[in-house]
Design a protein around this ligand. Sequence first.
Ligand code: ATP
Length: 534
Amino acid sequence: MATPTGSALMERLVSLCKRRGFIFQSSEIYGGINGFWDYGPLGVELKNNLRDVWWDSMIHHPPAGPDGRPVEIVGLDCSIISHPRVWEASGHLAGFADPMQTCRHCKRLFRADHVAELLGESDWVAAVLAVCEPGAVAGTHVPRRTELKRWAETRGKKLAPGLAIVREPGLIARINEDAHDVPMLLTILSSSGPPVTEVRLPCPNCGGDLTEPRQFNLMFETWVGAVRDEESKAYLRPETAQGMFYNFKNVIDSTRVKVPFGICQIGRSFRNEVTPRNYIFRSREFEQMELEFFVHPSEADTWYRYWRQTRFDWWCNLGLAGKNLRLRDHEEDELAHYAKDSGGCCDVEYAFPFSGEKGFTELEGIAYRSDFDLRQHQRVSGVKLEYFDAERNERYLPHVIEPAAGLTRGVLAVLCEAYTMDESRPSPELMRFHPHLSPIKAGVFPLVNKEGMPEIGERIYQELRRRVGSCQYDAKQSIGKRYARMDEAGTPFCITVDGQTLTDQTVTVRDRDTGAQVRVAADQVTGYIAERVG
Ligand code: ATP
């Protein structure tokens, strides 16, 4: 069986992630909580590895700049709750909202721009289309009154209790048997009023009537201190970026950085997403890896192009290269207000199995933010944030290029890319992680638990742990089952101590991707592995 795609791939991946301890639903024993996830023993290693590779590529080993000179970036770790005026300055209090619709029947909430997509995945829509006849034009359907009535009085009651023709089957007599596309057909079936002229989509859950879209602020609110009033209201940060802006002056005053330079941080962000979905892709609590790179306005374009390419190359180097990754420049109407007049905005996009018709969805955004954020914080706080550039003898507000990536969304892309089916293996499923990212770098097995093999195995295991970190010693069950466990965990190498080891002091090293085995001297195997996973 070939590696599945689409929803079949997601189903298998989610099941493997739970079974092998990558990702669990948060508070599962209480029925879970929508939009929150826990990372298990393998998942936390994978996530931390991705985090560390990013941090290293920013702070310790950034590539040379556009002029070949070293790039300077420093790190921060800011509090999750900050002064509420931060969000006034950033625009989140006024504008960080999604249009939301509520179902009048089942009371569920939906993001208005997700309703059409959710209807495409809905069971009741599939069922109602199945009782209509295909129209002459592709994509159209003809509602047949007799079949619709039978459906509304039987299956429809269970699948779409909120749909107008289910609640009032008498309405069906008024329906013309003309062909319609899906949005118009659903509008007709969900309308109990006069003949419809424009599309008005029903609830993806029950077919009920949806309210007009209302703006819904995505920030989680809390109160600081003992009194709960407007004065003590605060917010869980919806992005990590603002910490870099409100600390700009602190960093300038406490370090020797000079423009151009960057400030970055990795941390948790919180968004009360109306429809958290697609596993960890859109969660209510997630982690971001963000860089704010401060430049002289005249150099913004050069640095924007530099970061656009550098960030795309970074994901490619982690094994996401190929048909599943692309760099897409934003259309004019997608650009954020601050990016409109200059520079640009682009996304690194990945072909997630649920990306649907679009084919790709955002993994990281790279935006030219001009001096918007520093100017706003300067205005709202009243503190001067201008930078004095001694080389240019000029005082100005630096402009900013922001590569903003999702760490947890990155983990999902890495999981999707790694998942492979291979029926010829002891385990038909294996995870082909880049060795830097693999949660376990090597497995060590004694072939049998006697003749001194466990002692040699344990010695190698201890040495390996010291040198390359996370490794696993496994002496249980057949060697095939042990390989299978390591393949599912995405371990790139397995070392077996066997009979031959006792005579010539060599061990077998098996490569996860090719299954090929080579013999390596037992006293050199640690170096052999370190070289390949380091
Ligand atoms: P989206 O359009 O998917 O809602 P966004 O454009 O609002 O994302 P940004 O504010 O630019 O996202 O955040 C930067 C990155 O943070 C995104 O590219 C994504 O990887 C990650 N991210 C944003 N929202 C979520 C979320 N709800 N769950 C997981 N990751 C997220």
